[in-house]
Design a protein. Sequence first.
Length: 377
Amino acid sequence: MIRKILHIEMSPNRIYGLDILRAFAILFVMMHHCETMIPSEKFKYLSAFIFDGVGIFFVLSGFLIGGILIKIIQNRKFGFRELFSFWARRWFRTLPNYILVLTLLLTLSGIFRTGFNPLNYADYYVFSQNLFAYHPPFFPEAWSLSVEEWFYIIVPLLLFGLGFFVKIRPKRDLPVLAVVLIVTVTAFRYYRFINLGQTSPEEYGLLFMRQVSTRIDGIMFGLIGAYFAFFHQSVWMRFKLPMLVAGLLLFAFARIVTYGILGDMMTYVFSFTLTSLATLMLLPFLTTVKSGTGLLFRFFTYTSLISYSIYLVNFSLVKFWVINRLDWEILVGRNGYLVIVVKICCFWIFTYLISTVLYKYFEVPMMNVRDRFSKKE
């Protein structure tokens, strides 16, 4: 019975290599969210192997959405109809889950948290809570969804506006647009670093890591990947193995940079760029891995499918409202290490269970509604 409830259909048309990347990204996010459940002297060793999962998501999203934009523009004029169809399909994919979880969290906080006014967080519904300012402590993981949604708005709008003056040529215009935005955002991070000087780790997260204006460049690296995969496929494929090795090495270097060993400027300004570039370099090889077999194949594909739901529920819903509110000494006793192990296991199990239900019984039906009135791109 339970197996039937939790069973998810896995399409044979998926690209397994990208599922692996997406699964690792969300696993890194969840491992990072285990930090406060593990003693700091132990977690510091684990953290060396936890990479920027959200940065990986940004590049992967830019690659997939960039490919869709290129095909739309190549096949027909990019007018009002195409623009609104693009937005409708993106928002039917992302907004229902987000609005459901956000509304649930606001309701819980309004009922159980003293002095909490849900009306103060209305800007979350339009993703404006961290455009240029600190992201509020409430529902902190929502910061990255703002970055994604503003990418969906800004890039198509720029292409649409450009179409009023010249004929859009993706082969010419997309790389220019991506490079301009990457340079602009990197320059903005540099400007902010120079003018702010030394900042604490907490300020680093608020000022550099979790704002739309400082992180949207990561998605542009994925757009560059889509450009090469579509227009220069022979080059894209020819160097896939050297790029894979170089990308993995660059990931390790990017992780070293985040420790501040090479100076604060490298950490605050360029560490995001290194992670984005490393992810981009993995894509040529991973896009050739079309399928797999066995337990690992099922695990990575399953995790990839529910990754968006995992991202939405794992921290603010499962960890804050479930794990942090249980009396673990009463449940499992006073053995500190046993408490840690049980808390972490429950965190992962509850997250996967809730995410599976959310994906199967809400996310998929909403995407089916989308497909009934909007043609697949």
